[in-house]
Design a binder for this molecule. Structure first.
Ligand code: AHR
Length: 505
């Protein structure tokens, strides 16, 4: 019998705020092999593709119901000039990608990005260039994308193959403007945001949702200034719709603050706990930035957009196939689950989030090896959370005591429950103990008897296992029915280090 027993009570008749599907978004930057070779192989590639996009990658993202994709960066966004990526592909300039030091062919540009969004069925999120661009350049891009034909820019779009306006809504105004996006002070950026925001047009059916560069990690001063200066300026109170937040788990958050040399697939119990604790720090971070936002915007009109998050490991001794490529293990699946749970706990304020990055870079859902496409444990975590998309959060009473590491708390079992529009209830359980099983008793309260649970379980034979072309499903979710369910109470033993999802219909 496991030495730990946890009682969870879900109030199924008390639906709370909506859980935006956009919390489960992804991010693709012109970095390493995320875009080129990862998502985009080109129409002439022997790798099966549709108009240049790797078919298996598109299928995997469709299965995730990926709600949105952010592009073209990241730091690259503030060096990107959109006109280089339109028109006949063979005439586009070949350049140096100054941000990441690789060659940029511009084969993947605006139309390709929007085709990828159409193929995967997601909404585009474009991050405009504030760092090295101009107001004119950014507003022209919006017109090119969204204006009906009849203007020079919209007619150029039509001549390039897309007469109908694209209707892009989500728009970032620069990226990390405190760092790679221009090393600006919050006060200076706030004025820049107001200036750029003023000239970015909204078109019929695509009112622009303007996202300001937000803080990195715990720069609360940045949040304070942006909320004070941009949440409601006198002449355009609605100019800022979203404020971004970037947080990468690298073992370097407060109070320790020194980035630790964490490796992706080589770790012991100490590094396991570091990832859990520093991952769960997302919850505190959102709470503290939200408290500042609440003071300036009690109605919560301005949304928090966590448009970069994920684990960022130090390079393994083995050479990487491409820059920032890292493998994923069950540890990353659990980090993903803790992060989703933090977003959902703050669903009143957090509207969108983007894992960095979707393929072959950092916290990737997809890894490609030549012609092979592999779904990572993180892909499986995203997949288990699909039922929470656009559902309503349900209260969960959790008897589990918090664990602690590096002075940071984290849950032994993190539980999230939601009520879907079809009235099904889904509970996800992230069990963070890597060594011991745990006994759970899950009571579904306020629900007529007769519900039937269907479960899936993600676990790994070994904690450091990962998926490869030779063993693509080594760490994969499988059907799970090793539980008892009587009178609305589910009892089970969860194995160490696992993620379970149970849907009651
Ligand atoms: O995701 C990699 C980089 O991390 C992004 O380009 C930048 O915004 C962040 O610092």
């Amino acid at each position: 019998m496991p030495s730990h027993r946890i009682v969870l009570t879900v109030a199924a008749d008390q639906p709370g705020p909506g859980i935006s599907r956009h919390l489960f978004g992804q991010f693709a930057e012109h970095l390493g092999s995320c875009v080129y070779d990862g998502l985009w192989v080109g129409p002439d590639s022997p790798i099966p593709n549709v108009r240049g996009f790797r078919q298996e990658a598109v299928a995997a993202l469709r299965e995730l119901r990926m709600p949105n994709l952010r592009w073209p960066g990241g730091c690259f966004a503030d060096a990107y000039h959109w006109r280089n990526g339109i028109g006949p592909r063979d005439q586009r300039p070949r350049q140096r990608n100054d941000t990441w030091g690789q060659i940029e062919t511009n084969a993947f540009g605006t139309h390709e990005f929007l085709d990828l969004c159409a193929q995967t069925g997601c909404e585009p999120v474009i991050c405009g260039n504030l760092g090295s661009g101009t107001v004119q350049e950014m507003r022209d891009w919006v017109e090119y994308l969204n204006a009906p034909t009849g203007t020079v820019l919209a007619d150029e779009r039509a001549a390039n193959g897309h007469p109908a306006p694209y209707g892009v809504r989500y728009w970032g105004v620069g990226n990390e403007s405190w760092g790679c996006g221009g090393l600006m002070r919050a006060e200076y950026y706030a004025d820049e945001f107001r200036r750029y925001g003023t000239y970015l047009g909204s078109y019929e059916k695509s009112a622009l949702f303007r996202i300001a560069t937000g803080p990195g990690l715990d720069d609360f001063h940045w949040t304070e200034v942006l909320m004070r200066e941009c949440a409601a300026p006198r002449f355009n109170p609605g100019i800022m719709d979203g404020l971004s937040l970037h947080y990468y788990m690298n073992g370097g958050c407060p109070p320790a603050r020194t980035q630790q040399h964490l490796l992706a697939t080589s770790f012991g119990p100490e590094q396991w706990r570091t990832v859990m604790a520093h991952g769960w720090y997302m919850d505190e971070l959102i709470a503290r930035h939200s408290a500042i936002m609440d003071r300036h915007d009690p109605a919560r009109r301005v949304k928090l957009i966590v448009d970069e998050w994920g684990a960022w490991y130090a390079p393994d001794p083995a050479p990487r196939p491409s820059a920032y490529f890292q493998q994923q293990t069950i540890r990353d699946a659990l980090l993903s689950a803790l992060t989703f749970d933090a977003f959902i706990r703050h669903a009143e304020r957090v509207h969108m989030a983007n894992a960095a990055q979707v393929a072959n870079v950092l916290h990737a859902s997809i890894l490609t090896f030549g012609a092979a496409t592999v779904r990572t444990p993180t892909w499986h975590a995203f997949h288990l959370y699909v039922p929470h998309q656009d559902a309503r959060r349900l209260p969960v009473a959790n008897s589990a005591a918090l664990l602690s590491h590096d002075g940071l708390p984290y849950p032994r079992v993190s539980a999230t429950a939601s009520l879907a529009p079809d009235q099904s209830v889904t509970v996800t359980l992230a069990h963070t103990d890597p060594a011991e099983p745990v006994r759970i008793e899950l009571q579904l309260a306020g629900r007529p008897a007769g519900a039937r649970p269907v479960g899936r379980l993600l676990t790994a034979p070994e904690l450091t296992d990962c998926n490869t072309p030779a063993a693509p499903d080594r760490v994969a979710a499988r059907p799970w029915d090793d539980f008892r369910f009587e009178s609305g109470r589910l009892t089970a033993t969860l194995p160490p280090a696992c993620l379970a999802a149970v849907t009651f219909r």
